[in-house]
Design a protein. Structure first.
Lengths: 98, 238
């Protein structure tokens, strides 16, 4: 299982990797409130896809099992919010790996 | 994209027969690793060939298959989205809804799912070449092909939009529209139908696997990195 704290750490690793590769220029510190998708997000559309695909790989590697971050399912689990936060994504990851 | 001389990984859908079977064998002979799929068992035996039974119209099956390919080969350099369903020609007024829906599910949704899943990994590696397969039916507007030609026309539009969306990730997306290839299925149509189809073309002969593969090599070559969103029609002028 990947718990919420570990999921946030995997997201931070992903963001750091994207920064090292030059995909994002600023240094981002991930917290539960960090906006991943929606107004205030630091990611453009391609950056978002890259981030989700990369986190998906990290989650699978961490848990030793194939897991898929399915955008429609993420949206369903976060339907009452106008944006996707790192905390909401972490909760979704904890749920699918639990 | 890797440089010439390094082993490349090519993913091809619909490799159990026809065009997919032919180009899979072509690229295996050229030293590529090939990951193929079809609705049935493998018809290719080669140590660098990895086969999976996949219904590309099923989103979950595609997701699992593409992950398996990525896990096995660690990268995907080229995707040839070839699998498709070509029903017998039927006038629009005679085409059952079930035929139309099967066609849209395989030709449009199937291609969409495969391109989507493969492009995620190509985005992470910041390179790749996606080649979709359309048809001469799009340019000929022949009676009896309304559903099939519409699905293949959608492939062209989808690919052009993908080309725009994925360009900044270093991924090119292009289309091949082959004319007639003499597969078993085409041969079974009979001499009369084949003759009539060829008469509509500018180059009035069947194309070969080597000619189709040559276009794939061209689109995926390192020197073609500035070519994206293009369609090559074989045998006719559009």
């Amino acid at each position: 299982m990947v718990n919420i704290s570990k999921a946030l750490q995997l997201m931070q690793d992903s963001i750091d990797s994207m920064q090292r590769s030059g995909m994002i220029t600023e240094s981002i510190l991930i917290s539960s409130e960090t906006v991943i998708l929606g107004v205030g997000s630091f990611l453009d559309s391609l950056g978002f896809v890259t981030f989700i695909a990369d986190v998906e790989e990290r989650v699978s590697a961490e848990s030793g099992q194939d897991h898929y971050l399915i955008l429609s399912d993420i949206h369903e689990s976060n339907a009452d919010q106008a944006f996707l936060s790192a905390g909401a994504l972490a909760a979704y990851i904890a749920k699918i790996t639990g | 994209m890797k440089e010439p001389g390094e082993i490349q990984v090519i993913v091809i859908t619909g490799t159990t027969k026809g065009i997919g079977y032919g180009i899979a064998n072509h690229f295996l002979e050229k030293g590529y690793c090939v990951a193929g799929c079809g609705r049935g068992d493998a018809t290719i035996v080669h140590e660098e060939y990895f086969h999976s039974i996949v219904n590309i119209g099923d989103e979950d099956q595609v997701r699992i298959w593409v992950r398996a390919v990525k896990n096995r080969f660690k990268r995907i350099d080229i995707l040839v989205c070839n699998a498709g369903y070509a029903p017998a020609n039927l006038l629009m007024t005679m085409t059952p809804g079930t035929v139309l829906m099967d066609l849209l599910q395989t030709n449009i949704a199937g291609s969409y799912y495969v391109c989507r899943e493969v492009s995620k990994y190509m985005i992470l590696q910041r390179s790749g070449s996606i080649i979709t397969v359309s048809s001469m039916a799009v340019g000929l507007h022949e009676e009896g092909t309304s559903a099939y030609a519409a699905s293949k026309s959608a492939i062209v539009e989808m690919t052009k939009i993908m080309a725009k969306e994925l360009a900044t990730a270093g991924i090119t997306c292009n289309v091949i529209a082959p004319s007639l290839l003499m597969t078993d299925a085409v041969s079974a149509l009979g001499e009369e139908i084949i003759k009539r189809a060829l008469s509509k073309l500018i180059i009035r002969r069947a194309v070969t696997i080597e000619e189709i593969s040559n276009i794939i090599s061209f689109f995926s070559a390192p020197a073609s990195r500035c070519i994206t969103g293009q369609v090559i029609h074989m045998g006719l002028v559009c």
